[in-house]
Design a protein around this ligand. Sequence first.
Ligand code: NDP
Length: 482
Amino acid sequence: MNKPNNGTVRNWINGVWTDHAGPTIDVINPATGQVVTSQPDSSAEQVDSAVSAARSAFSSWRTVNPSVRAQHLHAIADQVALRIDELATAVTIEMGKPLDEARGEARKLVAALHFYAEEATRLRGSIVPNADDGFSSLVEYEPIGVVAAIAPWNYPLELIGWKLGAGLAAGCTMVIKPSEYSPGSGLLLAECVAATELPAGVVNMITGAGQTGQALTQHGDIDKIAFTGSGATGAAIARGVAKATSLSMELGGSCPLIVTETADLTEAVRGTLRRAFRNAGQICISINRGYVHTDVYDDYLAALAEGATRLVVADGLQTPNADVGPVVNQEIFDRTTAHIADAVQRGARVIAGGGPISDLAPGLFLQPTVLADTDQDMLIMHEETFGPVIGIARYTDLDEAISQANSTSAGLAAYGFCRDLGQTFTLSKQLDFGNVAINNVDAGIINAPYGGRKGSGFGVEHGREAIDGYLHVKHTRIRHGA
Ligand code: NDP
């Protein structure tokens, strides 16, 4: 293996860190505005090399015994575990997540890779009874082929890792494109893979922006695309595929919270603060909008505003245990302030925060913001903000609150707080979302399926079910005469 990054991100194709003579793209630390590294803006030819490497590696990797694939995944996990601080630091300086939170992400990646290592050994098929004597039908699962994995910057390690874990467990080979905002942490993860005995070409990683993703997803030799990102890009990818290609898409959304009059308000407020402001609200399952019963509305709001005001906003490299870092880029900064302005102009009250923290400029820092008395027409209540802001509306009738929660095109995650059993099951059954969390705000756990519906996409990550998306099913009918 030749020497990797040296401060500048390089592509990793067919087990080799490739030199790049073409254009590059800078990566900016959103907490300081300073350039931290640069990355190749990979061309269609470089994409083609990566896909060819993955195709050629597939012919042997697909037949590797699952227990050996499991050993490879355990080995990658072990390499990640050795480099938690380095990986976390790269995440923090590229996308702004406070260091302690980034360390948590890296540790969860280790757990995810071990999980998929174990699942690799549990893949099995079935034997189906035949109506005719002397026949047997075998149903088996085989790897789908070469996977294009495009991951975003908000969880730059885990969102690559889930695809990598499920894909390798299934026996697929991969071309991974990290986000152009977080290529350094992506390539450190590639270094962890490179430090194992995984055969060359099974995993490849390339960077770029503008045409690289398109060249990859429109390449004629890709068998599956696993994408996490915006709905608009997901739709563009689906329109542009070169041939019939398996797709899985996690496209985020606008996640609602319902707090009923029976809720434990302390828990509801604690949960809201965690799930609205963690990662500066840049999570596809962030709570964007709340519907709170009129009997508890004022008490809930007062406690939420107080909690939001107490959150520590800082450069998470200097203050590793900060609650909130900067947002990743100017686009999100501007959209968040625009959503706040839209709500205020339409009659919402700002009860915490309200806008940029100018003392921390040019860092892209925003105050954790709570908007009260919102209505469904406000952008904050139906569009994804992806910033540290939440809108709260009052309700009197639970069915009406559920109907408003379901009224957008989003279907990824919804939350409820209540202590009444009937309300619990009403929320569980009637919220039209792929993930519903009640009396907690951690909808995603590694061993249960996690996916959206409606405009939030299709297919799942997490759980044994995620591996299904990387497998073909094969029926073999044998006439043996016995
Ligand atoms: P995008 O959805 O714009 O995706 C960017 C990635 O997709 C890049 O790797 C890009 O590569 C690739 N891409 C873009 N166009 C195409 C195409 N036509 N075909 C194939 N690949 C393509 O995400 P951003 O990171 O820019 O975030 C934008 C917004 O998306 C955020 O503000 C947020 O609202 C949402 N988001 C949602 C997330 C979620 O978890 N669901 C995660 C992150 C963001 P290239 O430019 O090389 O083509």
